[in-house]
Design a protein around this ligand. Structure first.
Ligand code: NAD
Length: 279
């Protein structure tokens, strides 16, 4: 059985560096997809209330018989529940759907800065963690200005920021903030969501050929070698297996540098929403 390396978060809890994401996995298919991923060996599942598939994730976990402490489950607070006491209701609903007593990681999904409720949401996540309903807490899609505000308001640094991160969009300002403050980075859309020809890029193809792996495996390995936490999505068993089979090789410093150099630098590599524009 493959042992996935873990990263210790600022909570003291360890997260498997490679997991399985279920964005856009329809509710009816989530149970089967997560069951397959658990058979393949994944033990870290990344879902969110807005994905609408927490029940399927929970059903797969329950059926698997895998001890709770061998699993790492992340879910996220949706944007319309950041105000007032709503986060407390939201986590209880998520736990009910997941069939769990606690999640390993609970994240606020987007800062939605115009609403100006993300700092309140962060304070509620601290309470949720202190109440034992989440082992670790963090954020998603937060820019340095949002992270600064959270620390100013609460003194607490998120365990992770889950951001869009793939070779064409490397968000170096967020990476630097994380490195300076002991916050780890989770890469969402790690394969660029298939929205640009990443797998045909010469730097990616060269790294893949040098190690006898696929371009997708080379890119996942780049995330791991850069120290990011990553959870590519696929509903096909073969791809789930391929994406999990990334521990038999490491990229060289030159191969990593060649992929690092693919960052568009000006944010134009973004394939998803901009955090300042999603409100
Ligand atoms: P991804 O970059 O993982 O791309 C997924 C797509 O890549 C699949 O649909 C498939 O078409 C393709 N793919 C997967 N494995 C492949 C392989 N081996 N070979 C060729 N193609 C392959 O994008 P994602 O699903 O958006 O991101 C991963 C996870 O990140 C999500 O499932 C979710 O958990 C999380 N996420 C979070 C946010 C957020 O706002 N916090 C947003 C999007 C995704």
């Amino acid at each position: 059985m493959t042992t996935v390396p873990t990263i210790t978060l600022n909570s003291g809890h360890a997260i498997p560096q490679l997991g399985f994401g279920v964005f856009l996995v329809p509710p009816a298919e989530a149970e089967e997809a997560v069951s397959t991923s658990l058979e393949v060996g994944y033990r870290h599942i990344d879902t969110a209330a807005i994905y609408g598939n927490e029940e399927g994730v929970g059903a797969a976990i329950a059926k698997s018989g895998i001890p709770r402490d061998e699993l790492f489950v992340t879910t996220k607070l949706w944007n319309d529940r950041q105000a007032g006491e709503a986060p407390h209701d939201a986590i209880r609903e998520s736990l009910e759907k997941l069939g769990l007593d606690y999640v390993d990681l609970y994240l606020t999904h987007w800062p939605t800065p115009e609403k100006d409720t993300y700092s309140n949401a962060w304070q509620k996540l601290i309470e949720i963690r202190d109440a034992g309903l989440a082992r670790s807490i963090g954020v998603s899609n937060h820019l340095p200005e949002h992270l600064d505000r959270l620390v100013k308001d609460t003194g607490e640094v998120p365990a992770v920021d889950q951001i869009e991160l793939h070779p064409a969009l490397q968000q170096r300002d967020v990476l630097e903030w994380g490195a300076a403050n002991g916050m780890h980075i989770e890469s969402w859309g790690p394969l660029g969501q298939g929205k640009y020809p990443l797998f045909e890029n010469p730097a990616v193809v060269a790294a893949a050929e040098a190690h006898g792996v696929t371009p997708a495996q080379a890119v996942i390995r780049w995330h791991l070698d850069r120290g990011f936490i990553v959870f590519p999505k696929s509903t096909h068993r073969e791809r789930m297996e391929q994406n999990f089979d990334v521990f038999g090789f490491e990229l060289t410093a030159d191969e990593i540098a060649a992929i690092d150099a693919l960052d568009a630098g000006d944010g134009s590599g973004r394939v998803g929403a901009h955090p300042l524009e999603l409100n």
